[in-house]
Design a protein around this ligand. Structure first.
Ligand SMILES: [Zn+2]
Length: 121
């Protein structure tokens, strides 16, 4: 597991997401593009705002996941499933670098798929 390069990748992603969320928020505040006096134009602008709101929302949601992954990385728990305590598959982390659960737990109903550790026994 190449932790430094994963960390690098997560940091880069975090910056992209911050940028995207900030850009969308700035556009939503109409800093560079004040609301038009024309009603039809305003309708278009408000529709655009709905899209921007969705972009901003999804960027922030992913940003939280990326930040949580960076914290787990710093704590040495990056490859540990937060549900069953087992190891997260390296290929899964390569595909979804901010995931905090192994394939079995992510897929839910199939549970820990035998990779869980019973704690305290
Ligand atoms: Zn798991």
């Amino acid at each position: 597991m190449d932790i430094p390069s994963i960390r690098e990748r997560l940091l880069k992603r975090r910056d992209e997401l911050r940028q995207r969320a900030n850009d969308a928020s700035a556009d939503l505040r109409h800093e560079a593009d004040p609301l038009s006096a024309d009603f039809a134009e305003q309708v278009t602008q408000r529709e655009n705002d709905d899209v921007l709101g969705a972009i901003s929302h999804s960027a922030r949601a992913e940003l939280q996941q990326v930040e949580a992954a960076l914290r787990r990385l710093a704590q040495g728990r990056y490859t540990t499933c937060s549900v069953c305590g087992g190891d997260i598959e390296p290929e899964r982390l390569a595909a979804v670098p901010y995931t905090d659960r192994c394939r079995g737990c992510a897929e839910g109903s199939r549970g820990a798929a035998g990779s869980g550790r019973v704690i305290g026994r």
